[in-house]
Ligand binder design. Structure first.
Ligand code: LMR
Length: 329
């Protein structure tokens, strides 16, 4: 196999078309379920552009956004079958395969994205990563969406008890289900791309998501009440199928790793900036009543969710909880 990149110590890729002209093009199909105007959607485009430019078109990342190729619940199997080569599912969606990852869904497990990144880099994060390898999956990085907020059309949610009786859309995760069941609400697992319809038809009363996901689907225009609770992290693992990865030339692997590292740093900042911007847009729309939890209220909410931690410990292992940044001295 002709070596695409001679030296990969720096992000200094050859630009000599001659060198690549006889090489068969490598196509990586990257499917995801959100819009192109979200932190994930924008990062996928940037990643594809940089790889194309740096490989002189030899490596093409074809991005399929909005679930046009595979929907929630389909994309993981498509990756494992080898029909697509890359996905970036919300970590909550990975929990149907590796439930231990639902530690990331525990309410108020993390205060900010930096804490999440530290946890993923820790020994415990490595144990979780190894569990993905058992399923032939390789994680190439983590991208942020942000922290989830609560919206609904029934009543303002100021205290935990206000959640009682509400039908809330969740991603497929037992911990997210427990988060709502434990406070008397009714969780409903619904694909991201049908949330708008399900809210519109009144099949569910509310949902939880990040500011960028809420605005990308205009969910706030349908709902009457928003609580800025920041109660859970939503982020993505960049996954490839190990067979596909191992079949790539080493120089292409290096190109992908280095480009993803650069895009990841850019994406983290983008997710922060866009979250702030999207909240401002929601505030300016004058279309939804917004309630901001105070620090004291957050403390009460966090304690109210203790049974969810208990639920996790009983099913999986306490070690994943003990390693959370908030439990480190
Ligand atoms: C959701 O289903 O709400 C999210 O996982 C969508 C996404 O990929 O951000």
């Amino acid at each position: 196999m002709l070596i695409l990149l001679v030296s990969c110590q720096e992000t200094d890729y050859p630009t000599d078309n001659e060198q690549l002209s006889h090489e068969e093009q490598i196509v990586i199909r990257f499917s995801h379920v959100v819009g192109e105007n979200t932190p994930k959607g924008m990062a996928a485009i940037r990643f594809a552009e940089l790889v194309k430019e740096r490989s002189n078109g030899h490596v093409e990342i074809q991005v399929f956004p909005n679930g046009v190729l595979y929907k929630d619940g389909e994309e993981m199997n498509a990756l494992l079958r080898g029909d697509i080569q890359m996905i970036a599912p919300a970590i909550s969606k990975i929990t149907t395969l590796v439930p231990e990852w639902s530690v990331m869904d525990l309410p108020y497990a993390f205060k900010n994205a930096d804490e999440v990144h530290t946890y993923i880099d820790s020994k415990t994060g490595q144990i979780l990563m190894n569990k993905l390898s058992e399923h032939n999956l390789l994680s190439m990085g983590i991208w942020d969406s942000g922290f989830k907020q609560l919206s609904n059309s029934i009543r303002p949610i100021e205290e935990i008890k206000d959640l009682k009786g509400l039908r809330m859309r969740i991603m497929p995760s037992d911990i997210l289900a427990e988060q709502f069941s434990s406070v008397g609400a009714f969780p409903r697992r619904i694909d991201f791309n049908t949330v708008f319809n399900q809210l519109q038809k009144g099949h569910v009363d509310g949902q939880e998501n990040t500011f960028t996901n809420i605005t990308s689907k205009n969910l706030h225009s349908l709902q009457d009440y928003l609580t800025v609770s920041n109660h859970g992290y939503l982020g993505y693992l960049l996954l490839m199928n190990n067979n596909h990865w191992n079949a790539l030339p080493k120089d292409v692997q290096t190109l992908l790793i280095e480009t993803l590292a650069e895009v990841q740093a850019w994406q983290w900042q983008l997710a922060k900036d866009l979250s702030t911007e999207r909240l401002q847009e929601i505030e300016a729309c004058d279309c939804i009543d917004i309630n901001y939890l105070t620090e004291q209220e957050v403390q009460k909410w966090e304690s109210a969710f203790d049974p969810v931690y208990q639920f996790y410990t009983e099913r999986y292992s306490e070690k994943y909880i003990e390693a959370l940044p908030k439990n480190q001295v």
